[in-house]
Design a protein around this ligand. Structure first.
Ligand SMILES: [Zn+2]
Length: 312
């Protein structure tokens, strides 16, 4: 159904179906035909509802399908623009870079993989951290970028998260981290696993100061990141239909031999089970985060930093 509706919008786009060269090739005629008709990058088919979206329109809609609301990933820079007041984001630890300590060799070496991800994203690693303001409220913000090696957590991601948390603690700031991750970065072996304890320890000290920590889980947040700093928020929110879990469904099924309930690793399922506090549509995320920061910050200032409050 959805496909039919989508089709009527794009079939008029380029040229005549009749002039296609499908009869030239005996092999899989349907696929090359489609590719020829749609200028690359201009239109994209929604993976959920099948609607052909004008790419620019979808991007203007915060990369959410205008028809079905499917949330597509944002880059770290787009996310920062969404969640901060313009011009207030000051990046920290921008120059930290991963090294191939284990001299990992697979199909491609870790060094090659890092190089490719850097070239593709313009980032040095899978998280961007800094201090910013949102509707005037100062806070510390970390944003993971799934394009960089699946936003896996190696020594640099773990270190940047830890330093951001420590900076927030020192400056008595609330903290928000937008997560998306395939888990621990296996190219770094045990070093990547150690980041789970390190980030969790830093968050404990942030909490001891009575400072709020908000996690925004985006699709997909899994494995070592779910099992550490992503699950430790005072408030844990998620974008609609985000995949959130530790191990993949096949592994769980094989290990437990249990029947898995439908949609059990989605944000909606986990909201029912209590892991997630709230699901927020991307279009409301900025306002709702600002509201939370404001509530929490006034709570904290009334208890602690009276001087700061008085000067307002
Ligand atoms: Zn859609």
């Amino acid at each position: 159904m959805a496909l039919l509706f989508g089709k009527s919008k794009y079939s008029t786009l380029s040229g005549t179906p009749g002039d296609s060269s499908s009869h030239h090739s005996g092999l899989s005629a349907a696929e090359p035909l489609k590719k020829k008709e749609i200028p690359e990058g201009l239109w994209e088919k929604c993976k959920k509802c099948g609607e052909m979206n004008f790419t620019k329109k979808r991007e203007e809609n915060l990369n959410v399908c205008p028809r079905c609301g499917c949330h597509y990933p944002l880059t770290a820079q787009q996310r920062i623009a969404l969640l901060t007041d313009e011009g207030t984001f000051k990046e920290v630890d921008a120059l930290l870079e991963s090294v191939d300590t284990l001299k990992f060799e697979g199909v491609a070496s870790y060094t090659e993989k890092l190089g490719a991800s850097k070239a593709k994203t313009g980032l040095k690693d899978a998280i961007v951290c800094g201090l910013a303001r949102l509707k005037g409220v100062p806070y510390a913000l970390g944003v993971m970028d799934f394009r960089f090696l699946g936003a896996s957590m190696g020594a640099v991601v773990g270190e940047k998260v830890t330093r951001l948390v420590e900076l927030a603690t020192a400056r008595k700031l609330p903290l928000a981290i937008v997560t998306a991750s395939g888990g621990a970065r296996m190219y770094e072996g045990m070093i990547s696993l150690m980041q789970m304890a390190k980030t969790s320890g830093a968050l404990e000290r942030h909490q001891e100061e009575g400072l709020p920590y908000i996690v925004i889980m985006t699709h997909p947040t899994t494995a070592g990141v779910t099992a550490s700093f992503a699950s430790l928020g005072d408030l844990i929110v998620a974008e609609p239909e985000a995949l959130i879990g530790f191990a993949g469904p096949r592994v769980i099924k094989d290990t437990t031999q249990a029947h898995l309930p439908e949609g059990f690793q989605t944000a909606e399922f986990l909201l029912k089970k209590g892991l997630i506090d709230r699901i927020i549509d991307r279009k409301n995320l900025r306002d709702e985060l600002a509201l939370c920061l404001e509530y929490f910050t006034f709570g904290a200032t009334s208890k602690g930093d009276l001087k700061k409050k008085a000067s307002k």
